[in-house]
Design a protein around this ligand. Sequence first.
Ligand code: PMT
Length: 222
Amino acid sequence: FGDPVLRGKNIVVSAGPTYEDIDPVRFIGNRSSGRMGFAVAEAAAQAGAHVTLVAGPVSLPTPAGIVRRIDVRSAAQMHAAVTEAAGGADIYIGSAAVGDYRPNSVAAHKLKKHDGADLTLQLAENPDILASLSAQKAHPFLVGFAAETQNVEIYARDKLQRKGLDMIAANQVGEGLGFETADNAITLYWADGSLALPRTDKAALARQLIECIASRYKAVRG
Ligand code: PMT
């Protein structure tokens, strides 16, 4: 469907959460189901692109037409997989909810309780996948997402600029939108424009997102 500009292009899509292990039985994760990212990957394939899907721990079947799927668990693994897959790619779409922090160390054995004492976890910041791609001299057209519960436009525009992105999809989360839901609504921002995509199911929304990416890609790189 849509603009032929994406036919044969290499597109990498990340989806789902990351899990940061605390010990062999516990982790820090988030509520991303992967549904939005998988819908974006499927829409990109429907537009004729060669799609690599880098998926965090989700229980979703691979959408039709995906050329390659790489399953990862942690943000560090997602960073390595995306960096490898995005080398030479035309477009990277970061739909994944990447954990910002990981425990400083992973306990070799299950942590035990200690008579009511508090437990403190030391967290280290994870590398930012989008920012590290954008720091490379030759990099793909970069699309990020920003999941926010408040001040959505302000935070999204800040991420667009700070991470050096070509476009960002601002995602107000909560009230049946965003994480885990069937429907979503996003507003796209780029340097000198924006487009609101109202609430609909994630498959339809993903196709509209891909159409807008095609037209911006053509304007900037075409
Ligand atoms: O999976 P679903 O249940 O369908 O939910 C969809 C979604 C709400 C997860 C999705 O639409 C969405 O908004 N994804 C981004 C979620 C997010 O946590 O964004 P963020 O504001 O933390 O990160 C901003 C951008 O930077 C994202 O593109 C993210 O992939 C990227 N990032 C973040 C941290 C990091 N270390 N590296 C990154 O590249």
